[in-house]
Design a protein around this ligand. Structure first.
Ligand code: ZN
Length: 571
């Protein structure tokens, strides 16, 4: 009897184990994201794809690295004093132990979300910035005499740079900061004093990257060096100062524009690295999808009218306008530009600098330019009624006018013109096309990889793709199975991205849109009319680019903001 019972138990256990193994295997075959989502459902917790949601380095370090990795969790947001904590397994002993400790001993309030192990590793990557600070402060200042040329030979990438900066003596720090910025193609260097340390950040492909934190005692040395080089007043530290200097690297001169601003913790510095070889891109290199490419090529070769590019500063508007100018530039047409300042030199066109504070403003400059018998006029920016009026008149009287406006989306361009007191009746005949754009970073070709998102993520993206107005020029993904992300490698300085590309929304003048303009209705109505005509929004263009693997969904979310929240990607 007893033996039989034992046998029974053994058999049952065998069966149970077999079933368990099968289930495990089955689960294993599913993607890591899908498993995370299942686990979240079982534990009645929300699931989050950290491949899509960006995490702030400062937030992660709310819990020390060793503690967080041991407990298999990471802090991913902080709303007031409440933590949002990502866990890979809510049932894990160490996880539960730390969470309990935080709640009971430290009185920390938190919400839990379940993420994949991949997602957790991604969150932990943010600890590297913190570590460099510690390295620097631990080692203190070592003495080594080397000049800029020696530094540039030694620096191969950002990680290397961070290491070198932490080993260098104070007088040479400035050199290595500049050499590092040039090597990593940074556009700006930010040196920001805080209460206890100096923070160094580079802007690379439009995004600020934390490089290192210096102890406060090197601040004075760096500031004095910059002031001396750019001929600023050395003994003045309570007013903003501006200046220029140039450094020689690899036999070419690099111009640097320096700006110093007094702050509560000392003078803050921004250095703009002016790269001379910023060559303009061609119209087929800036990121137009096939549908928009056809629309734009049709519009820019027209003899008259106006094409407006909208977007905030740094969204690539000038690059877009220059790609148009390159496309149509030929000896038989006269092209004049009005710019503040002239950013790229292009052969065969007349480029005129304007200055809003001087006599030559966009408005007065434009009046003179029209008298120069141009075929094409590029006006750097329309921001006052007089420039708007003159530009519209030029477009109506036999010129092609290219210009930019500061609006968030394409539909916003029309209300902006009306606000500048442009006669609504003149808008439809004058305007050919309105473009809105943003720049997104491209995934590094060397370290990007495919991954299988959770079904929930796929469903949301699928519904966003389904809502896109379709056209015959483009292919739309029918079934979404994979997304792309980057691991980071030496080729991309472990950032995961190299270079940028535009995402766009474009509408051209159609009877439907004309009707809306003349009725003087809202931006919403404008948007609906443009959608009816097939306009793909910037976000949608971005999602399509992410599905092709050009960029990541995380990047689209970073650049276009709230759209993902609306789709329920954020809990
Ligand atoms: Zn890479």
């Amino acid at each position: 009897m007893q033996v039989t019972q034992n046998n029974d138990r053994d058999e049952n256990q065998e069966v149970r184990e077999r079933i368990q193994n099968e289930t495990l295997k089955k689960l294993y075959r599913k993607s890591e994201e899908e498993r995370a989502q299942k686990l979240a459902e079982q534990n009645k917790l929300p699931y989050l794809d950290l491949n899509i949601i960006p995490i702030d380095a400062d937030t992660v370090s709310a819990i020390p690295e060793e503690k967080a990795t041991k407990a298999n969790l990471a802090v991913i947001y902080k709303i007031g004093k409440k933590y949002q904590i990502a866990v890979a397994d809510p049932e894990n002993f160490e996880t539960k132990k730390l969470l309990q400790e935080m709640k009971e001993k430290e009185g920390i309030a938190y919400n839990l979300v379940v993420v994949s192990s991949d997602g957790l590793r991604k969150a932990w990557n943010n600890y590297q910035f913190k570590n460099f600070t510690e390295t620097y402060e631990d080692r203190g200042v070592s003495i080594k005499e080397e000049d800029l040329t020696d530094f540039e030979k030694g620096i191969t990438g950002l990680i290397d740079l961070k290491k070198r900066i932490s080993e260098i003596n104070t007088t040479e720090i400035f050199n290595i900061i500049i050499a590092g910025a040039v090597k990593t193609n940074a556009s700006d260097v930010h040196i920001e004093p805080d209460k206890e340390y100096i923070r160094l950040r580079y802007r690379i492909d439009g995004v600020l990257q934390d490089i290192v934190r210096f102890p406060k005692n090197v601040h004075k040395t760096i500031i004095s060096r910059i002031k001396m080089l750019s001929k600023m007043k050395l003994n003045v530290n309570d007013i903003p100062q501006d200046g220029n200097f140039s450094v020689t690297m690899e036999n070419s001169a690099i111009n640097v524009r320096a700006s110093i601003l007094p702050t509560a913790f000392g003078e803050s510095v921004v250095l703009r690295i002016l790269s001379e070889n910023a060559t303009g891109l061609k119209i087929d290199q800036i990121g137009f999808n096939q549908y928009y490419m056809e629309k734009i090529q049709e519009q820019i070769i027209k003899p008259t009218g106006m094409i407006l590019v909208t977007g905030p500063t740094g969204s690539g508007k000038t690059t877009t306008l220059y790609s148009f100018i390159r496309h149509i530039n030929q000896p038989s047409i006269k092209i004049i530009t009005l710019e503040n300042p002239v950013e790229y030199r292009v052969e065969g066109i007349t480029q005129t600098p304007v200055d809003q504070n001087e006599e030559m403003t966009f408005a007065s400059g434009l009046r003179s330019v029209v008298r120069q018998d141009p075929d094409v006029i590029m006006v750097g920016e329309i921001r006052d009624g007089e420039t708007a009026e003159t530009a519209i008149q030029a477009a109506l009287t036999g010129h092609m006018v290219f210009s930019t406006l500061h609006t968030n989306n394409a539909a916003g361009a029309i209300p902006r013109l009306l606000h500048l007191k442009v006669n609504p009746a003149l808008i439809p005949p004058a305007i050919n096309a309105v473009i809105a754009q943003r720049l997104v970073r491209k995934l590094c070709e060397h370290c990007k990889e495919e991954y299988t998102p959770a079904p929930e993520t796929i469903n949301k993206i699928q519904s966003m793709v389904n809502a896109i107005p379709k056209n015959d020029s483009m292919e739309f993904p029918k079934k979404i199975e994979k997304l792309y992300r980057s691991k980071g490698c030496s080729k991309c300085n472990f950032i995961g991205y190299t270079g940028r590309i535009g995402i766009y929304e474009i509408f051209t003048m159609t009877p439907g849109i004309e009707k809306i303009i003349l009725a003087n209705t809202s931006t919403g109505d404008m948007m609906n009319a443009a959608r009816k005509d097939g306009m793909i929004t910037m976000e949608e263009d971005g999602i399509l680019k992410a599905l092709q693997g050009t960029t990541s969904l995380e990047e689209i979310r970073r650049v276009t903001g709230e759209v993902f929240a609306k789709q329920g990607f954020l809990k």
